[in-house]
Design a protein around this ligand. Sequence first.
Ligand SMILES: [Cu+2]
Length: 105
Amino acid sequence: MLSGRLAFLSVVVLAAVSVLARAATIRITIDKLAFSPAVVSTRVGDTVEWVNKDALAHTATARDGAFDVTLPPSKTVSSVLKKAGTLDYYCRFHPNMKATLTIAP
Ligand SMILES: [Cu+2]
C-alpha cells in the first residue's frame, strides 16, 4: 500500500516539523543588574539564553531549585527548559535581581 505508507510518512514528517518549529530560543539580557525582559512566556523544550552584559558574575537561580545557572561576566549561557510551571528566579549575588519564567507544557 504505497499511498498508505506515504500518508504515514507525511504524518511523521509533519510531526517532526511541528516539534522543531515549536522549540524556540528566548534571549534574556542582563544589563546593569537587571534581567530584561523580566517576565517571559516559554514552553517546555525551549532554550533560554541568558546574555550577561555586565562586568560582574550573576546567577539565574530558580526559587524552587529547578535550575541554578552561573552567568560569568560578558558571557552567554543557555539552558533547555524541561518542566512546565511558573518559575520565579533571582541572582544569588544580587538578590534584588528578580525575574519570572512562565513555562507552558
Ligand atoms: Cu547578580
